[in-house]
Design a protein around this ligand. Structure first.
Ligand SMILES: Cc1cc2nc3c(=O)[nH]c(=O)nc-3n(C[C@H](O)[C@H](O)[C@H](O)COP(=O)(O)OP(=O)(O)OC[C@H]3O[C@@H](n4cnc5c(N)ncnc54)[C@H](O)[C@@H]3O)c2cc1C
Length: 324
């Protein structure tokens, strides 16, 4: 590999794990590793990326890069790729990474190796594997290594270790032209508040149709906040408009791998299950002890979630207060 571009991500001045995972993979492939990072605070994180092994850090901060908006980063990085011709571009299989990878691939007029969890370079060919149907089948993908673009599932690769002993050359990424500022600001507003990305969350509190309404998700939000986690939803919920579609977990939503997965009023249909079956510990709350989610759960609580959820919140609050 002569040159690899890694599209890193950050929120609220903290590096997201996905960028370090991609950097770890890029380092193992060898060659020059350039890491791009945009958004407020990106300059402050450049040294850390160097310490994790980036040879060059491309930073976009201020102006069009006010928020880590793909509308700005995509065209800017596409222009950089056309000029510098890396052999491989690695982005996260996150909403940001997918948008940026799409913009780069469109500029190069190549396809994207999407949602891969394995990747190798053999001569002039990049080979990748993408899990399908919840990992029950694997698609083998190939692209020419001049320039190949791939989006990688979170937690597919080990994070790059710190202490690489490099300073990493820091360079400013040129701003995009003709970017719709309103779009960028809307995106920045949507992610303001540092909400945890579903794909990276260690704890996810998920609501299904049984929650009953969008309003009733307030309790799930409270529990997620207490546990330092994120809120997720089934498709029945996003179809009803109770929650945004980017929170949908499953076959046609996000694939997640949290340590703790709490399902309230989710039946566990196969299309949902394939998106979360690798969760470490599953807690299910449901009136129906026979539904698939209850049968598969490590801890199945039979009951009305409207009673169980407030009791759980009270218990967590009490446990936290006792721990102080
Ligand atoms: C092509 C295709 C793709 C799909 N992709 C996805 C996907 O990506 N993600 C996804 O989630 N679904 C997906 N689906 C839909 C999927 O088949 C299910 O319809 C959906 O997951 C059901 O959502 P749910 O569990 O919230 O609702 P339901 O199946 O209706 O389950 C509601 C559950 O809540 C329980 N309940 C009700 N009231 C209470 C209460 N007061 N207290 C406790 N429990 C209660 C019920 O016992 C029930 O188990 C897809 C379907 C198709 C055909």
């Amino acid at each position: 590999m002569s040159k690899i571009l890694v599209v890193a991500e950050q929120r609220s001045g903290q590096l997201d794990p996905i960028g370090l995972e991609l950097l770890g993979k890029a380092r193992s492939l060898g060659g020059e590793v350039v890491v791009a990072l945009v958004g407020a605070g990106a300059n402050g994180l450049a040294a850390s990326l160097g310490d994790h092994g980036a040879d060059t850090v491309l930073v976009g901060e201020g102006g069009a890069f006010e928020g880590p908006a793909p509308e700005a980063a995509g065209p800017a990085l596409a222009a950089w790729v056309l000029e510098h011709k890396p052999t491989l571009v690695l982005a996260g299989s996150t909403s940001f990474g997918r948008d940026v990878a799409g913009a780069i691939a469109a500029a190069l007029q190549v396809g994207v190796l999407q949602e891969v969890h394995q990747l190798s370079v053999e001569g002039a060919v990049v080979k990748a594997e993408r899990p399908l149907f919840g990992g029950n089948a694997m698609a083998q993908l190939e692209a020419a290594a001049s320039t190949a673009v791939a989006t990688v599932l979170p937690k597919a690769f080990e994070k790059a270790a710190a202490g690489a002993g490099k300073a990493g050359t820091v360079m400013a990424l040129g701003g995009p032209t003709g970017t719709a500022k309103a779009q960028i600001q809307a995106f920045a507003a949507a992610i303001a508040g540092g909400k945890i990305d579903l794909g990276q969350a260690e704890t996810i509190v998920v609501g299904g149709r049984g929650v009953g309404s969008g309003e009733n998700f307030k309790g799930l939000e409270e529990l997620a906040e207490l546990l330092g986690g994120a809120v997720g939803a089934s498709r029945a919920v996003t179809d009803a408009g109770w929650r945004p579609t980017n929170e949908q977990i499953g076959q046609t939503g996000v694939t997640v791998k949290p340590k703790l997965y709490l399902a309230f009023g989710v039946s566990g249909a196969v299309q949902h299950w394939v998106g979360m079956k690798d969760a470490g510990f599953i807690v299910a709350v449901n009136k129906d002890p026979e539904c698939p989610m209850m049968k598969a759960a490590d801890l199945a609580i039979v009951g009305d979630l409207h009673q169980v959820l407030p009791a759980m919140i009270a218990e967590v609050k009490a446990a936290k207060a006792a721990a102080v």
